[in-house]
Every structure is written in C-alpha cells, then in structure tokens.
Design a binder for this molecule. Structure first.
Ligand code: MG
Length: 256
C-alpha cells in the first residue's frame, strides 16, 4: 500500500482536539492514523529538554517567565492551565508515548525570548533520539536555518525549514529560497497554508524542494492542503484532517 499523501502531522499533538503539547495530546495522537506528531522543544536552566510551545510559561501553565530560566524541578511544580493534572512534559515522556507507534516525530527546536538560541540543543536532542533508536523517525524543524545547520552537524538525517511569511516575502524568488535551503543542507520547506498556491508550490518544487504547509486547521485550509498535493501539512485537527483526506483520496483514486 502506498503512503497516503499529503502526510498529516498532528500539530502540538492536535491542539484543537486535545490540550496542546500535553501527555494527553500525544496519547491522543498515538491512537490516530497520522503519519507525524509535531511538538516544540525548549531547554530548562539545568539543561533538560522539555515540550512546550512558547518561550515563556505564562500562556499555557500556572508558572511565569522564560522556560529557559527555570530548572526542571521548578517546571514540575507548575500545572498546564488546560490540563491541571499535568505539568510540562519532558522530551523523554513524549517519546515514551510515541515510540511504541509508527508515527514520525516532527520536532521543532524553539528559541528563547527574543529568539535567543539554546546553545547545543541540537546535539542534545540528536543524542537522545539516537540513544533511543528514534533518530531515523525524526524530522527536525525550525524557522531558523542556523538551527538546522547545527542539527545536520549533530547527525539529524532529516531537517525541514519553516519559512515564515515575512521571510518568504523578503527572499524574493523560489530559486533564492532553494539556494538558501540547500546552503543549509535542507531540501524540504514548510510554508503557512495561506501563503501557498499552485504557482508557489510549482515554483518551489521546480527549484528542487519538497513543499509542505503549516496552520491548516479549519476545513477550508485542510482542503486546500489536500488539493495542493503537498508532501505534508500540520494541523491542530488531525482527526478531522484524516477524515477529509480519506474523502479526498476516495474521490480521486486515478491520481494515486
Ligand atoms: Mg511547532
């Protein structure tokens, strides 16, 4: 059986169908037929890798201030606002939930406040994935090419560049996007679904890139991602996206 396309990535574990970046969300995603589960990585003051989206604790937890200013034990004393029986999960806890499944790990390396990088986070992540035999199942993503360069140096086999709309606009041509990506050792890009159309996808593909989308959350945007026949898209509604993809593929069997 060929793999369904586009692949679907449960964004933050499926943030509109579960509590984002929680153990409950990754348990939920683990039970779905998605190809990937996406999550975000920060590092604590004592060097532990943790799964949370924002650089600060304020929005999603009972804590406050930068994630990187707190030790793991301090993070453990906070609770997720929308899942009060949970705290910020460690990377290891999320891997524990996803490792028994065939689901690919789409791991976004974040930065601290003011986009300050966490020195050495790429090598630390690769070491953990390698130790658990999960490195080949992982794709490392980032909005920042230097992060992906360091992930490649550390031995991450798959890297995907998230091209922010403002960055895409500043770069100009699809060929220039591809040149920058390739210079960083990257051949797959992800763009905001609202900034993709057939011409953009064709131009990026002609430049030699694999093309995916992020932020395909509502039915309309999911349908658009399906119609563009992207490599992969991330969505906060993975269960809904699976149903829409099944219907889409059933309508177009001759194209598969
Ligand atoms: Mg992310």
């Amino acid at each position: 059986m060929t793999r369904p396309r586009p692949a679907i990535a449960a964004h933050r574990g499926g943030a509109m169908e579960a509590v984002e970046n929680s153990r409950a969300a990754f348990t939920y995603a683990a039970g779905l037929a998605v190809e990937q589960a996406e999550f975000d990585l920060h590092r604590t003051a004592d060097g532990e890798l943790v799964v949370i989206h924002d650089a600060t604790l304020d929005r999603t937890t009972t804590g406050s201030g930068p994630v990187g200013a707190r030790r793991l034990a301090e993070l453990r004393a906070t609770r997720l606002r929308d899942a009060p029986d949970e705290t910020v999960p460690s990377l290891e806890e999320v891997l524990d939930l996803l490792a028994p499944t065939p689901i690919g790990l789409r791991i976004e390396i974040k930065t601290g406040p003011d986009f300050a990088r966490y020195p050495g986070i790429e090598a630390a992540l690769v070491a953990r994935l390698r130790a658990r035999g999960l490195l080949e199942r992982a794709v490392i993503t980032s909005f920042f090419l230097p992060v992906l360069v360091d992930a490649a140096r550390a031995g991450a086999p798959a890297r995907l560049w998230l091209v922010a709309p403002v960055v895409r606009a500043a770069i100009g041509s699809a060929e220039a996007v591809a040149r920058l990506a390739r210079a960083a050792g990257v051949d797959e890009v992800g763009l905001h679904i609202d900034h993709l159309d057939r011409n953009e996808v064709a131009a990026l593909r002609a430049a030699g890139l694999e093309v995916g989308a992020w932020a395909a959350h509502d039915d309309h945007r999911i349908a658009k991602a399906l119609a563009l026949d992207l490599t992969v898209f991330t969505t906060d509604r993975p269960k809904a996206a699976l149903a829409l993809r099944a219907a889409h593929l059933a309508r177009r069997p001759a194209d598969r």
